[in-house]
Structure formats: C-alpha cells, structure tokens
Design a protein around this ligand. Sequence first.
Ligand code: PEP
Ligand code: MN
Length: 338
Amino acid sequence: MIIVLKNGVAYEEVMELNEWISGHGITASPIYGSGTTVIGLVGDTSELDKDVLAMMPCVDKVILVQEPYKKSNRKFHPENTIVSVNGIEFGGNKIPVIAGPCSVESEEQIILIAKEIKKSGATLLRGGAFKPRTSPYSFQGLKSEGLMLLDMARRVTGLPVVSEITNPSYIDLFNDYVDIIQVGSRNMQNYELLKQLGQLKKPILLKRGFSNTIEEMLMSAEYIMSGGNENVILCERGIRTFETQTRNTLDISAVPILKKLSHLPVVIDPSHAAGLSYLVEPLTLAAIAAGADGLIIEVHNDPKNALSDGAQSITPEQFHQLMPKMQKVSEAVGRTVL
Ligand code: PEP
Ligand code: MN
C-alpha cells in the first residue's frame, strides 16, 4: 500500500501518521519529494482500512499495490489448478461439458435428458432441485426428491452431477448426493454459505453474481478457499447491463481476465447469459475460442413446456449438433471436448 500525502503537509503530521501506522505493526517508509511526500507501507496491510486512511486530513490518496485475494491469485500459484471430479478434469487440455435441464422435473425427464446428452459426448449432468426463482409463485424445484432423481440418473448413465445449493442447512444432503456443488449467481455473496462450503472437499462451481465485479467474485472464491477447500471452479454466466435484447450480457473478457488473475478453472454458462436458445451456440463457440475451461449448458427435451428457463434451453438434438462444432473450435485453440 502506498499513501500519497497532500502537498505542503507538515513534518509533524507525517510523523503522527507514521506512528499510527506503526501501531498496527506495519513499517512506514516515507519518501520526501520536492512537493509531494509518499509513504510506502511494508508488512501485512490487510487489517488496515484503506477508506479510513483516505479520509485522514493529510492524505491525498491511497494506492493498493497487491490484490486482496491471495489463495486464488495466480501470482502466488503460477500453474493452472486442475479440479478433478471422478476423473474429469477442469483446467486441463480437455474441456468438460456440463449439460442438462434448468430444473429436475421428473424421473422420466432427467433420465431421458441424461442419456441423450451422454450419447452426444457431455461429461457431466446438471439439474436444479432447489430453485432460487425471482417469483415465489414460480416452480421452486423438487428439492431433496430432485437430488434423488439426479442420483438415479447418475447411476443409469455414470455421469457425475452438478446441482445448486441455496441454503447452508442443505450442505450434508449435497455433500452426499452431488459431485459438484453449484453456488448460484444470487448466492455468490452469501458469505455464511461460502464459509461452510470451505469446510468440504467437494468441488464448488462458483457463479459470478450478475451485478458483481471480477474482483468480488475472486473474493468469494477466497471465502471458500481460505476455509480449506481449494477445489473451486469459477463460472461466468452473464452480467446485468443496459442491453435489453438478452437476459444478461456475457462478459467474454472475464475468461482471459480471470485466467490472468487466477489459477482456477473458468467455465462459461451461455444459457443464463443469453436467455435465448438461438444464442447458445455462438456464445458457446466464442467461450471456447476465448479460453474457457468448461461449459454449462441448459438442455431440455421439451423447452416450451419446461418448468423453468425454457426460452434459453436447447433440445438434445441441437446439443448433438453443437458438440462437433465445439470440437472444431477446441482443436483450433489446441484443445479438445470429445
Ligand atoms: C441455474 O443454473 O439454473 C441458475 C439459476 O443459474 P444462475 O445462478 O447463474 O442464475
Ligand atoms: Mn436455469
């Protein structure tokens, strides 16, 4: 941290500030320029409140030289982290594809979709059981029964399953029945939930909040990792912008930015980003070209009658057509999906 002082600050004021800083166990090294004095802070400054410092009458501005996220930071872990789920690797050369319905609706529905996506080359099955819906009158999911049906689909197809947790009280249930626990956009800053997920070993798919910055997302990853669970997969799923043509705007630049800032794998969700099924294919291909380490795509056998997110769901047939195209783009960037 560097503190830039206002021009003409008296020597006594600099000394007073130095003393206050030293009182926090941090070494303050002032550099006196002809007009401006700056103080370099050496030591762990994480406990210092930057805004409190910036409010002091002699301070012009405070500059952070290190990022507040440590465990997820590539600076301290230069190699890519590989998160493994039953032998499927996120962050390696092969790009895993998670596919399935927004919500688990019935045994027939989830088994049928699981079999179809497996035939096309998907590596994991998704399905929401506890649904965080905008309206309390919308379908809320089959809850624990939905998880049991996912478990059944896993046994039938061998595909590991991904499902969203909405409340810390369900952690034991998810730990027992789900292979990757998804933290949805609405819960990215549910810190009590994140802390408890940090106590598990299970991989966590952490979705970016639709109004959150990349740094806030990495700080949420930090909550999970600092608890001891370093199996975090980041997921960009679109952010809120002024554009009304799409449900959200896919922040494609988040892929290379996250890959630069962090060593964690990055997955793209084109379905929630677009909100419209015809956009899923171009966004998926763009995600692979941009360097994504995985995809999570909503697939439904009967989108127009889906109990949630039908408009953005592609059919198993469309998914089947998409996979070879994904393979071609992957090969162009030296990777593979199949
Ligand atoms: C979902 O995956 O169905 C979901 C609700 O996602 P998000 O949290 O990204 O809206
Ligand atoms: Mn959905």
